[in-house]
Design a protein around this ligand. Structure first.
Ligand code: PMP
Length: 437
C-alpha cells in the first residue's frame, strides 16, 4: 500500500471488538496478587490441592503409552474415549441415557469459555437478545458482547432466577417485536452470586422456556461442589430437547488443561463441530489424553471429596467472619456450594470506587459492575473463598470491614463517592482477566 501508514489501527478494528476493553481493574489485580494482599478476587480453583507427584507419574505413563497420538492432530468433535467419560461425569448430575445423553452429542472444547463462544457463533447475529441472570458470569458477557448481542438481565433472589421476572422479560422483548435467542443460566452455585435455582423453579423455568420456544444454555462448572443440602438434577437431566449443556474440567481437575464440553441436541452438535473446526481445527489431543488418563487412572472422586471439604471449611469461615465483622446494612448470599459469595454493601457505598482503598488495606475483591451488561451493581461485590486459608479469610474480612467503615464515615462527612469526584462510570464490558473469571 502506498500513501497510507500502518501506525494507526483504530479505524481498522471490527465493530465487534470496539466495546472490548481491558478493565482498569486488571491493573489493580496485578497489585492484588502480591502475597501481602488477601485476595478474594480470584475464581481459580485450589490446584495446590492436587496430588502433583502422582499427576506427574500419570503424565510419564501417558507419554510412554500414547505419546505419539497425544502429540498429533485430533478430530473436531473430540476423542471418543473422553466423550464417553464425559457422559459418566454428567451422569453424576442426572444427565444420562434416560434423558438422551450420548457421547455422540458431546463436543469437546477448550474449556467452558470456548464452549460459550461456539454457542454464540452458532446462534447469535448482531443485535440478537440473550437473557441472562443479573448478575451473570463475566466471561459470558464478554462472549455475548463480541457477538454484538444485547444481554437482558433477569433478576434473581436467593432461590435463583425469578420465574415471573423471566416471563416479564420475554413479554417485554416480544413487545419490541423481537425474540431472545436463548436464556444463558448458571443454575447451580452461580458465578458470581453463589445462589442455586430451587427444585420447584427448575421445573417452572423449563416450562416457561418451552412455552416461549426459548432455548436454554445451562452452564454448570460448579455442580459437583455441593457442601450441604440435597443435590438437584441439572436442567438438562429433566428434558431431552431445548437445553444446551456446558461443562468443564477446570474446577474438578485443572483449568490449565483447558478442557470443557458441550452436550447439544444432535442437529446443533453438527454445527458446533463445524464451528469448532473452523476456529481451532480440533480440541487439544494432548489435553484430552491428560484428562482421560486422570479420570481413568486416578481416584478423582476422592480428590473431589477432598476439595469439597477444603472449600466447605473456607466458605464456613467466610460466612462466620462476615456475620461477625460486616457493618450493619451489609447483606450477602449463603451458597450451598461453589466458590462465591455475593455481597451487597450498605447504602451509598460504591465497590469499584472503594477498590483502590481496599487494595491499599491489603484486601481484594471483584466489584459487582463487571457482572452486569448495563452498569448496574455498583453497590455489590464478589468474594471468592477458595484460595486463602481460613486464618487469611478472617484477616481479609476484617480488613474489608474496616475499609467499609472508613468509607461510611467519610461519606457521612463529605457525601457520596460520586460527589467527591471518584470515577463511578462504567466502561464497556470488561474482558475477564484469566484467573479472575
Ligand atoms: N462458566 C462459568 C460460570 C465460569 O465460572 C467459568 C470459569 N470461571 C467458565 C464458564 C469458563 O471456565 P473454563 O473455560 O475454564 O472451563
Amino acid at each position: 500500500m502506498t500513501g497510507t501508514t500502518l501506525d494507526d489501527y483504530t479505524g481498522r478494528y471490527a465493530q465487534r471488538i470496539q466495546g472490548m476493553t481491558a478493565s482498569e481493574i486488571r491493573a489493580l489485580f496485578a497489585v492484588a496478587s502480591r502475597p501481602e494482599v488477601v485476595s478474594f478476587a480470584g475464581g481459580a480453583p485450589y490446584t495446590a490441592g492436587l496430588p502433583i507427584d502422582a499427576v506427574g507419574e500419570m503424565l510419564n505413563e501417558l507419554m510412554a503409552r500414547r505419546g505419539v497420538s497425544a502429540l498429533q492432530y485430533g478430530i473436531g468433535q473430540g476423542e471418543e474415549q473422553l466423550r464417553e467419560q464425559i457422559c459418566s461425569v454428567m451422569a453424576l448430575e442426572g444427565i444420562d441415557a434416560s434423558c438422551g445423553a450420548s457421547p455422540d452429542d458431546v463436543v469437546v472444547t477448550t474449556g467452558g469459555q470456548q464452549a460459550l463462544d461456539l454457542i454464540a457463533r452458532v446462534f447469535l447475529d448482531p443485535g440478537d437478545v440473550v437473557f441472562a441472570e443479573g448478575p451473570t458470569y463475566v466471561g459470558a458477557l464478554g462472549v455475548f458482547q463480541a457477538a454484538q448481542a444485547e444481554v437482558v438481565h433477569v433478576a434473581m433472589d436467593d432461590q435463583g432466577l425469578i420465574p415471573e421476572a423471566l416471563e416479564e422479560a420475554i413479554t417485554t422483548v416480544a413487545r419490541s417485536g423481537r425474540q431472545a435467542k436463548f436464556l444463558y443460566t448458571v443454575p447451580t452455585f452461580q458465578n458470581p452470586a453463589g445462589v442455586t435455582l430451587s427444585e420447584q423453579r427448575r421445573e417452572r423455568v423449563l416450562e416457561i422456556c418451552q412455552r416461549a420456544g426459548l432455548l436454554v444454555v445451562e452452564d454448570n462448572p460448579y455442580g459437583l461442589f455441593r457442601y450441604e443440602g440435597e443435590p438437584l438434577r441439572a436442567l438438562r437431566a429433566r428434558v431431552r430437547e431445548g437445553v444446551i449443556y456446558v461443562g468443564t474440567f477446570s474446577k474438578t481437575f485443572s483449568p490449565g488443561v483447558r478442557v470443557g464440553w458441550v452436550l447439544a441436541p444432535h442437529a446443533v452438535r453438527e454445527k458446533l463441530v463445524l464451528v469448532n473446526e473452523a476456529q481451532i481445527l480440533c480440541p487439544s489431543p494432548f489435553s484430552q489424553a491428560v484428562v482421560s488418563a486422570y479420570l481413568s487412572t486416578m481416584p478423582w472422586q476422592e480428590h473431589l471429596k477432598g476439595f469439597r471439604e477444603l472449600y466447605r471449611e473456607r466458605r464456613d469461615t467466610m460466612l462466620e467472619s462476615l456475620a461477625s465483622l460486616m457493618p450493619a446494612g451489609t447483606r450477602w448470599t449463603r451458597p450451598e456450594g461453589g466458590l462465591f459469595i455475593w455481597v451487597t454493601l450498605p447504602p451509598g457505598l460504591h465497590s469499584k470506587a472503594m477498590l483502590p482503598r481496599a487494595i491499599n488495606a491489603r484486601v481484594a475483591y471483584v466489584p459487582g459492575t463487571g457482572f452486569y451488561a448495563d452498569g448496574s451493581g455498583t453497590d455489590t461485590m464478589r468474594l471468592s473463598y477458595c484460595l486463602p486459608p481460613p486464618e487469611r479469610i478472617r484477616e481479609g474480612v476484617r480488613r474489608l470491614a474496616s475499609v467499609m467503615e472508613q468509607e461510611m464515615s467519610v461519606r457521612a462527612v463529605f457525601g457520596a463517592p460520586a460527589e467527591r469526584g471518584d470515577t463511578v462510570g462504567r466502561p464497556s464490558v470488561d474482558t475477564p482477566a484469566p484467573g479472575v473469571a
